[in-house]
Design a protein around this ligand. Structure first.
Ligand code: PMP
Length: 383
C-alpha cells in the first residue's frame, strides 16, 4: 500500500513518537503546580514556545498552544469577534476556506455579523484588490488561508496583507497556515499577519496539537473559560507531551522545508504532466500551487468510487480533504472556482510527502490509468 494522504495527516517523525512516549512517562505533573515536577513541566512548555517562536521569527509570548488548527481558527475568529465587537460586526473571508474558518464565520453571521465571502478566480486564488474592496470601517478581521487543503492553490498573502492594512489599519489579518508551513516560506511580518494557525499533525507532529500566533498587542476573548493558561486566552491543563512533540515537528519540518520541496516539486510536476494527458480528466491543481497537493476530477465519475478502486490497486488517496470527505455534496471549494456540479462531486486529492519516490509516482500513474479504464468499462463509477 502506498499512502498519498499527507495533507490529511503525515506520519510522525520518529523523534516525535519517542518524545511523546518519554514525556508521558516522565513529565505527568501539572505545569501549573508549584512543586518541582510542575515547574519542570512548565519549563518544557516554555522551551517549546521558544522553539516555535524561533521557527516563525516571532516572540515566545506571541505563541498560544491549542488542540489543533480547528481550535486555533475558532479562537482567532470568534475570540477576535467577542473582543473587538465594539469596533464593528463585519468580517471578510473567502469562499474556499477550511470548514473551521468557514463555519465559524457562518456561526457569527447567524448572530447578526455581516460576513463577506470573497470568490476566488478559476485557479482558486483570490484577487487582493477584490478582497480589499470589501473592507470597511467596521471590518474587525480578514481570514485567508495560505494554501488550500483541497487544491493546493496558494494565496498572495503579502499583497493581501498590504492592501488589507492600507484599507483599514485596525482590521486584523488572520492566516490559516496549516497546509503551507514546511512546504513554503512563512513571512508573518511581510504578510502583516496578526494571527496565524498551525496544526502539528500535518507537519509530522502529533494529532490534537497546534498553535495560534497572536501578534503582541492583539487580544482575544477566550472561548474556553477557566484557568490562566496560555495568557488567559486558552484555559485548560496543557498537554505537555503533545506540546513538546509539536514544537519539535515545527522545528524539524521548518529546517527540512527546502530539501523536502526540492524533492517533491519534480514528483508533483511529473504527476501533473501525466494527468494532463488523460482525456476527460480535469485538473484542479497547477504547477503554481503547493508542492505537495494534486487534485483532479473526472466529471461524472464519483470520487469515492475512484478512490475505492485506487485503494484496491494499493493506493491510498482521498476524495478532497479529510474533514469534508464524508459529505455527499459537491465540493464548496471547486464550485467556488467555477467548476460545474459533475466536476465538483468527488474528485481525487493526492498529497505527497517525504517518503515518495519516482517509482511510487510511476506506480500511482499506472494505478490511475487502470482504475479509470476499468470504471469506464463497467460504468460503475458513473453518477
Ligand atoms: N485548516 C486547514 C487548511 C486544514 O487542512 C486543516 C486540517 N484538515 C485544518 C485547518 C484543521 O486542522 P486540525 O485537524 O488540526 O483541526
Amino acid at each position: 500500500m502506498l499512502y498519498w494522504d499527507y495533507a490529511a495527516a503525515a506520519p510522525p517523525f520518529e523523534e516525535v513518537v519517542q518524545t511523546m512516549e518519554q514525556l508521558m512517562r516522565l513529565h505527568y505533573a501539572n505545569p501549573s503546580s508549584l512543586h518541582r515536577a510542575g515547574l519542570e513541566a512548565e519549563g518544557l512548555i516554555r522551551r517549546s514556545r521558544e522553539v516555535c517562536a524561533v521557527a516563525l521569527a516571532v516572540l515566545p509570548q506571541e505563541i498560544r498552544f491549542t488542540s489543533g488548527a480547528t481550535e486555533s481558527n475558532n479562537l482567532a475568529i470568534k475570540g477576535a469577534a467577542l473582543q473587538y465587537e465594539g469596533r464593528g460586526r463585519h468580517m471578510v473571508t473567502t469562499q474556499v476556506e477550511h470548514p473551521s474558518v468557514y463555519e465559524s464565520c457562518l456561526q457569527l453571521q447567524r448572530r447578526g455579523w455581516e460576513i463577506s465571502f470573497v470568490a476566488p478566480g478559476s485557479s482558486g486564488r483570490v484577487d487582493p484588490a477584490r478582497l480589499a474592496a470589501e473592507i470597511r470601517k467596521d471590518t474587525v478581521l480578514v481570514s485567508v488561508m495560505h494554501v488550500n487543503n483541497e487544491t493546493g492553490s496558494i494565496q498572495p498573502l503579502e499583497e493581501l496583507g498590504r492592501q488589507i492594512k492600507a484599507a483599514n489599519h485596525l482590521t486584523l489579518f488572520h492566516v490559516d497556515g496549516v497546509q503551507g508551513y514546511g512546504k513554503l516560506p512563512v513571512e508573518l511580518n511581510s504578510w502583516k499577519a496578526d494571527l496565524y494557525s498551525l496544526s502539528a499533525h500535518k507537519l509530522r507532529g502529533p494529532r490534537g496539537a497546534g498553535l495560534l500566533y497572536v501578534r503582541d498587542g492583539v487580544k482575544l476573548s477566550p472561548l474556553l473559560s477557566g484557568g490562566s493558561q496560555e495568557q488567559g486566552e486558552r484555559a485548560g491543563t496543557e498537554n505537555v507531551p503533545a506540546i513538546v512533540a509539536a514544537a519539535k515537528a515545527v522545528r524539524m519540518s521548518g529546517e527540512q522545508r527546502s530539501a523536502l520541496t526540492a524533492r517533491l516539486l519534480p514528483l508533483r510536476d511529473r504527476l501533473l504532466r501525466f494527468l494532463e494527458q488523460l482525456p476527460e480528466l480535469l485538473l484542479n491543481s497547477s504547477m503554481e500551487g503547493a508542492p505537495h497537493i494534486v487534485h483532479f476530477s473526472y466529471p461524472g465519475m464519483k470520487g469515492e468510487v475512484l478512490a475505492r478502486k485506487l485503494e484496491e490497486l494499493g493506493m491510498i488517496v482521498s476524495t478532497r480533504s479529510a474533514c469534508s470527505s464524508r459529505l455527499a455534496e459537491p465540493s464548496r471549494v471547486l464550485l467556488a472556482m467555477g467548476r460545474d456540479h459533475a466536476a465538483a462531486t468527488g474528485g481525487i486529492r493526492i498529497s505527497l510527502g517525504d517518503s515518495h519516490t519516482e517509482a511510487d509516482i510511476e506506480a500511482l500513474e499506472q494505478a490511475v490509468k487502470k482504475a479509470v479504464t476499468s470504471l469506464k468499462i463497467t460504468e460503475g463509477g458513473r453518477i
